[in-house]
Design a protein around this ligand. Structure first.
Ligand code: SAH
Length: 397
């Protein structure tokens, strides 16, 4: 290691505390960051591998801990970069073990006042799923989704997407040397607490495709965070032009928010349907790279009372999905104040599920999780804002 060239690297412009964080960087970006502080070309690969392992496998928070990296480089790294994480502003633990974290992202520029996203952890006996966000807010205005009533603030960067998993693993004590919290349920079957990731938090991932693709490459890197691509699911309301690239370049699993079997109804529920109607959307599913019986596409279908929940619609759904390796995820509607819909009655959901199941599709009904902490689908963020506003009114904040 050439200490001289390291020491003569450009002086950091930012003051301590605002150094750019390397957390969430791709391998390429990390290599560039090392080159920028004078690590010689011939060492970049090896140093990148070392630093990568410390950041993503060990989850370290300080460059001092990188024991196999020379002191000189550690000092230079610390002079130019940080490993700062977004801040967890609040943590709520549901009676069912679901945890919700409100995460404040550091401002990206002078105009940015610092955005917040929510991230939800759902433990089950055989798996633990982390539901992450891809945007702050959403532009889609789906009529049954509360998150959709907020304006988009901005896309999340790949680093901000990745950092949601890092923060969650820290909170769950899931890096070497950390201890799991005692107050929550964690999966029992010998797995790591987080086995699966779903892009089902705030935002439309395929409107932020580049960053989602980059984030998936970091999340799935076997030398680091190590989540299999088969356990990373990107959910879309149907941004057809990006779907092929998602399969080809990210290689993740696909979920599609279908919710209706007729265009007139889907136009109302998911306005994006006017642009990419059901037929076009299903055609893109038929040709989704990598879809097979072992890698099925999930179709999400929210159960809205007297709107889309009839047996005839269940049968039509089966007809539409013919030839697509699919599973169907029925989601009981999670109500929010002022919502123009109700959740279907339970027997209606069961009837729907039976029809789909008897046609040979797995059709689990997604048990609402974390309703008591407003962590269920479509309840994110805006609810927290409401609570805060109420607390302010009551003088509690
Ligand atoms: N924009 C992407 C990612 C969001 S995923 C997409 O639409 O797929 C969030 C999932 O929860 C979607 O299937 C969405 O349709 C569903 N959802 C939103 N609001 C809901 C609510 N109030 N009750 C139940 N499911 C809801």
């Amino acid at each position: 290691m050439n200490e001289i060239s390291l020491m003569s690297a450009p002086a950091p412009e930012a003051t301590i505390g605002t150094l750019p964080s390397l957390l969430g960087a791709t391998r390429e970006e990390l290599g560039d960051a090392l080159a920028a502080i004078g690590v010689p070309e011939r060492e970049i690969r090896m140093r990148t591998a070392q630093v990568w392992h410390w950041i993503y496998f060990h989850g370290i928070r300080s460059f001092d801990t990188m024991l196999n990296v020379g002191k000189g480089l550690r000092t230079t790294l610390a002079a130019h970069y940080s490993l700062e994480r977004p801040q967890v502003v609040s943590e709520q633990v549901s009676v069912d073990g679901t945890r919700k974290w409100l995460i404040r992202l550091p401002p990206v520029d002078a105009q940015d006042r610092g955005a917040e996203v929510e991230c939800v952890y759902i433990p089950e006996s055989d798996r633990g799923t982390l539901c992450i966000s891809s945007q702050v807010g959403c532009t889609l205005t789906c009529s049954f989704c509360h998150t959709g009533t907020q304006k988009l603030v901005r896309n999340l960067s790949a680093r901000e997407i990745v950092s949601q998993l890092v923060v969650a693993r820290e909170k769950l004590g899931d890096f070497p040397g950390l201890v799991p919290p005692k107050d929550g349920l964690l999966p029992t079957e010998g797995n790591r607490p987080i086995t699966n990731i779903v892009f089902m938090g705030m935002g439309e991932p395929l409107y932020n495709f580049d960053n989602v693709r980059k984030a998936v490459s970091v999340l799935s890197d076997g030398e680091g965070l190590s989540l299999s691509r088969r356990r990373i699911t990107v959910s879309t309301a149907g941004v057809v032009p990006q779907m092929e690239a998602l399969g080809r370049e990210a290689g993740s699993m696909l979920a599609v928010s279908l919710h209706a079997v007729r265009d007139d109804l889907r136009d109302k529920l998911v306005p994006l349907n006017k642009k990419y109607p059901i037929k076009t959307l299903l055609e893109a599913c038929r040709t989704y790279p990598g879809a097979s019986n072992a890698r099925r596409i999930t179709f999400e279908y929210v159960m809205l009372k007297d709107i889309n929940d009839s047996p005839a619609e269940a049968r039509e759904l089966i007809r539409l999905l013919k030839g697509i390796p699919a599973k169907i995820n029925l989601i009981p509607f999670n109500p929010w104040p002022g919502a123009p819909y109700d959740c279907s009655d339970w027997d209606r959901i069961e009837r729907f599920s039976d029809i789909v199941f008897n046609a040979g599709y797995a059709s689990p009904v997604r048990t609402p999780r974390g309703r008591d902490i407003l962590a269920a689908c479509g309840q994110l963020k805006s609810e927290t804002e409401k609570l805060r506003a109420r607390a302010r009114l009551l003088g509690e904040d």
